[in-house]
Design a protein around this ligand. Sequence first.
Ligand SMILES: [Ca+2]
Length: 505
Amino acid sequence: MATRRTFLRTLAASAMAGACPGFARPGENKQTLPNIVILYADDMGYGDLGLLNPDSKISTPHLDTLAQEGMRFTDAHSSSGICTPSRYALLTGTYHWRKFHDIVHSFGQPVFDSELTLAEMLRHQGYQTACIGKWHLGWDWTAIHVGPPTEEKVGAKPEDYDWSKPISGGPTARGFDYYFGDDVPNFPPYTWIENDRVLAVPTESYASDPVPEEGAAEGRPGPMAPGWRLDAVMPRLTEKAVEWIAAQKDSTKPFFLYFPWTSPHAPIVPTPEFKGKSGAGPFGDFVHQSDWSAGQVLKALEDNGFRDNTLVIFTSDNGPESYAYPRIQKYGHRSMGPLRGLKRDIYEGGHRTPMVMRWPGVIPEGSVCDSLVGQVDLMATIAAITGFSLPEDAARDSFDLSPLLRGHSPQTPIRNEHVHNTFADHYAFRQGDWVLIDAPTGAISKVPDWYNKEYGYPPDPHKQALYNLREDIGQRKNRIDEFPDKAAAMKHALKRVRQHGQRSS
Ligand SMILES: [Ca+2]
């Protein structure tokens, strides 16, 4: 069995010999392998975009166009209902719950050990790689901590760290040639990080500027660079992404840009030119600004001649935050669309996310894919597209979706099952049209009473729930009493998948 360790040893030996057997040479890659851009929204709901919700109150012309020129997925899922775990699964092709459940907190350590990442895989295939935006997968902050090392420092002071030192364990240690971003927009340190160093020393303590007009800033205390503005983050990240794409024009390598946005996650801070541009309040304006960011990236691809040889993937890391409930009352906009539940929940609204892919000449224009897919599948899909043979112990939950991208409809579904999980002991399991909530409720975020009454969710005394999503996308009718054997079989199948990798189960 080719393990990742033996695989890396082979790569190292190949590098020493000056060649990578089995891989295309860099000069050839430019012609044959597509560039890959992933736009990863943060807390954007299934119903925030017109492309999946005709009643959306937010104009998103650039993402709508992307969908018209490519394929929209109606049944795509993140691994988790929260940030860090979904990002881990996307970048490794492995469900997060095999290893952890929670987010990385302020000054938290990396979640990775020796897992092969998407960026490492593509770098080995000859790609130039960059991560610009929200990392949130941990850094080795203990390496620059002054005094005894700590796992996590709540309420850290600027003098607790030696900011002149490189911070190891971040994106450039996981296969990215370049990183630019602020790690997490509502966690310290509030400063720019380029590769593995801060650009401005965070000498002050956090204060929210501006104060968001919707929701809390959710800013955790800690060091902040002088003059740090929360609403400057998305414009600066977008500018850097555009610059980086332009800089690839004269390169002989294909490129991979992973652009995880900090929006529309709190702090909800649209810049003045986007305020009032949606019918869904400041959050809607921030989604509209996110769409502008997508448009800037798509324009950069066009302007530099990359449009026709680039696979663009847009999706979101989890469902919308709890501000989505009052948004229905105030604006009549449903960030979760027709789905039940929000961020953190194992109901559909927690993890069924918008997803669009465009690859001119390969993905049929204006197509819709209703197949069950996961973000965890991107690893095997991109491996297949770029001719990479995954080691057996890598990407163990990832399926190759490339036949779907080419417009094929396989007789047997490529993916028929998906595990849904946010926190330990609360699992849901999807099988075909059915989903089993293997818990007394799929709600983790608090649901207001008015919402349950108005939208038809009375209390349910059952210890589990079974829904048919084809007939009941809003998960209102628990069928567990009608199909107890089906529920038992699905619980058994969930146990099987949890014990084995999905590719080998
Ligand atoms: Ca998120």
